[in-house]
Design a protein around this ligand. Structure first.
Ligand code: URA
Length: 236
């Protein structure tokens, strides 16, 4: 891209010119490796950093977040802290939306993107994006529960599509991996409740073949790699 004023280059990332000038004055902007405090300074956008991040931003951003409990999967909420509030300003400014929802008490993988087309396709009921959850429930799970999940459970207002239940441990409480291609409201909780095993904990481990990065603590995030974005694009 052509050489241009810092304030103009920054405004192309979604900032107003006034915000851009303030950011420059505050020393948050570097051009060619050094902080520059003159908004009229001219540089190539590819050589400009804001808060240490390149501003020559890609067309879309794709983020994976390890969602903690107590946070809502929304961009705005009047009562609760949102997943967007866990993002730094340069990401939040692009208003990436969550791909589907996790309940407030559920933890694990949330994808956020400003690629509306991909997000829409991944949450469409026509797309078979598999979601894998680690569930901990009351009581001893057994082969009958696996068969029940596989049969397509009738819930009060819909019949769930066949789901896979892999039992990891069984006793006073049990742990299992659950694989679904749907994402109806409280679906996993409702399936376990209907099977007589109320859920104690639920954590999402993967979406459409993209796995939660185990090195992310709860509340931490990272950008998806190009390979992970390709995996999501290939989901049919
Ligand atoms: N199923 C649920 O019950 N809750 C979630 O957050 C996701 C799936």
């Amino acid at each position: 891209m052509a050489i241009m004023r810092l304030d103009k280059a920054l405004s192309m990332t979604g900032m107003t010119r006034a915000e851009a000038r303030k950011a420059v004055a505050a020393g948050r902007v570097q051009a060619g490796g050094t902080a520059v405090r003159d908004p009229g300074f001219k540089a190539e956008p590819a050589n400009i950093l804001l808060d240490g991040q390149p501003i020559d931003a890609p067309e879309h951003i794709y983020v994976m977040l390890n969602k903690p409990a107590g946070i809502v999967t929304a961009t705005e909420d009047s009562r609760w802290q949102t997943v967007l509030s866990l993002m730094p300003e340069h990401i939040a400014r692009r208003r990436p939306g969550p791909v589907g929802r996790l309940d407030r008490d559920v933890t694990g993988l949330v994808l956020l993107t400003d690629d509306g087309q991909l997000a829409h396709r991944l949450i469409s009921p026509r797309t078979k994006a598999e979601k894998v959850y680690l569930a901990e429930c009351e009581g001893a799970l057994d082969a009958e529960d696996t068969a029940l999940f596989a049969s397509g459970m009738a819930l009060s207002d819909f019949t769930a599509k066949p789901a896979k239940l892999d039992i990891l441990s069984s006793g006073d409480t049990s742990r299992a991996l659950v694989t679904l291609t749907e994402g109806k409201f409280h679906q996993v909780k409702r399936m376990f409740a209907a099977a007589g095993h109320p859920l104690l904990r639920l954590r999402r481990l993967s979406i459409g073949g993209v796995k939660l990065d185990e090195s992310l603590d709860e509340g931490e995030w990272r950008m998806l790699t190009d390979e992970e974005v390709e995996i999501l694009r290939a989901v049919r």
